[in-house]
Design a protein. Structure first.
Length: 90
């Protein structure tokens, strides 16, 4: 009898270690997955990468394709000039 209890305890420990990435909600009985990389952090990393890639694209496009200085991309006067051209003021 005790041997069966010991085996059941060992089996229970093995199954709890195997499902360590998932937890069971006792009230609803649904399994929820614990994430190593939370959703809010994924969104934040995506936005930072998006901004860095867009800035790199602007720098390369303006300096290599447009023939301007790469540092001019971050100047406000450059963007005012571009928007003036788009709006027909120049």
């Amino acid at each position: 009898m005790q041997n069966e209890k010991a085996e059941a305890t060992v089996m229970l420990e093995k199954t709890s270690h195997a499902a360590s990435s998932e937890s069971t909600d006792v009230q609803s009985g649904k399994k929820t997955k614990l994430r190593a990389f939370p959703l809010w952090l994924r969104i934040l990393v995506f936005l930072v990468v998006l901004i860095v890639v867009a800035l790199a694209g602007l720098l390369v496009g303006y300096s290599m394709l447009g023939g301007g200085e790469a540092a001019d991309v971050v100047k406000l006067s450059t963007w005012e000039h571009i928007f003036d051209i788009m709006n027909g003021k120049e």
